[in-house]
Design a protein around this ligand. Structure first.
Ligand code: MRU
Length: 367
């Protein structure tokens, strides 16, 4: 997507052919800084510190991290060490494991002398595949938006609510939840996005709003508690969110607060869609609520807020009394029964095992 008229992906290979460039998402929306990753440890730190974040981008970064590891040492032991270090960076997004397994599968059978080149080739492919998948998700989601525009809102604006950032910054390009929105906007369908601010890290307010603004998509940032009210007053036509892991039964894990939006959508008859690339499906898990590991993050994300002062300084301030205990669960699980449909690269599916396994038989058999 474009930043001030220039096309960017969220991650890329630098012209030297080995350094990995990535947008530092911790600095947005206030500063646009490009980070250069030169070792597997730096790739691991980038994921851990959320310099990069979002399930598909975490996967792509880990794949490049393996390539950087192979450049330093392409032995079997180094391959294992890099895998173990990278898989431990964040627990919930299954795309991390998927990408690392892909890299292992590609590299393990090779001799050490051919691993580095093969690792860069597969990492670049994983990034390119993500872009293609998200473009396809966008086509299928666009049809849903166009249908609502034609049947329920002829001549009027279609209002989409989204939570967190499942935009191009969370993927390599296009985004998952935002891909249908960008495609609708580009085709002249009138869309407006309600952007949940997404406390505690504010991925909606900081990242989704920044992306949509740069692409010229009309949007409004709302406090996280506003969605239910908007739905009661028919101000939301559909919700589209992303996901970090979908269980085989269709349960959807996404940024904390997604479940509450799904409940409000259900109560108000608002279609609730989840956009996902197939590497986000975990066919080994049958019960998302009980089996998906939920990341617990630092208390400082809740106790403190960071922003820009009127005179341009970036400041972090405390908003919670000293000594108050904090709980900071990063994700929650929306049960499949609350999901209207899963927007995948192979079409819009029911949130249930048969539909997922039918659309992705090659992945379902890898259980
Ligand atoms: O903690 P984050 O910012 O990595 O969480 C991101 C999300 O929850 C996204 O909605 C999800 O990864 C889908 S990204 C296409």
């Amino acid at each position: 997507m474009k930043v001030d008229g220039r096309h960017f992906r969220s991650i890329w290979l630098e012209p030297d052919g080995w350094t990995v460039g990535a947008i530092d998402q911790r600095r947005l929306p206030h500063e646009f800084i490009v980070a250069k990753l030169t070792t597997a440890d730096e790739a691991g730190d980038a994921i851990r510190s959320m310099l990069v974040r979002g399930a598909p981008l975490i996967g792509a970064t880990a794949a490049y991290g393996m390539a950087l590891a192979m450049r330093a040492d392409a032995s079997d032991a180094a391959l294992d060490r890099a895998y173990e270090m990278l898989i431990a960076t964040r627990p919930t997004a299954i795309n991390l494991k998927w990408a690392l397994d892909e890299m292992q599968r590609a590299l393990r059978p090779l001799s050490a002398s051919s691993r580095t080149e093969a690792a860069y080739a597969r990492a670049c492919e994983i990034a390119d595949e993500d872009v293609e998948i998200n473009a396809d998700i966008g086509r299928h989601g666009l049809a849903l938006i166009e249908q609502i525009a034609a049947t329920k809102k002829p001549g009027e604006t279609v209002n989409v609510l989204t939570h967190c950032n499942a935009g191009w910054l969370a993927t390599v390009d296009w985004g998952t939840a935002t891909s249908p929105i960008y495609q609708a906007h580009d085709r002249g369908v009138k869309v407006h996005v309600w952007v949940d601010e997404t406390r505690p890290r504010n991925q909606g307010a900081s990242l989704t709003a920044w992306e949509l603004g740069h692409h010229g998509v009309p949007h409004t940032v709302i406090p996280d508690n506003t969605g239910g009210h908007l739905m009661q007053h028919r101000m939301v036509d559909l919700a589209i969110v992303g996901t970090d892991r979908v269980a085989a039964n269709g349960d959807v894990c996404n940024k904390i607060g997604t479940y509450l939006k799904a409940l409000a959508a259900h109560d108000n008859g608002v279609p609730f869609y989840v956009a996902l690339p197939s590497p986000t499906i975990d066919f080994r898990i049958d019960d998302g609520i009980r089996q998906i590991p939920i990341e617990q993050r630092a208390a400082s994300e809740v106790t403190h807020l960071t922003g820009r002062t009127a005179d341009g300084r970036i400041e972090t301030v405390r908003v919670v009394p000293e000594g108050s205990p904090i709980a900071n669960f990063g994700f929650d699980v929306t049960p499949a029964r609350l999901v209207t449909g899963l927007i995948t690269e192979r079409g819009v599916l029911k949130a249930e095992r048969a539909a997922l396994a039918g659309a992705f038989p090659e992945r379902a058999s890898l259980r």
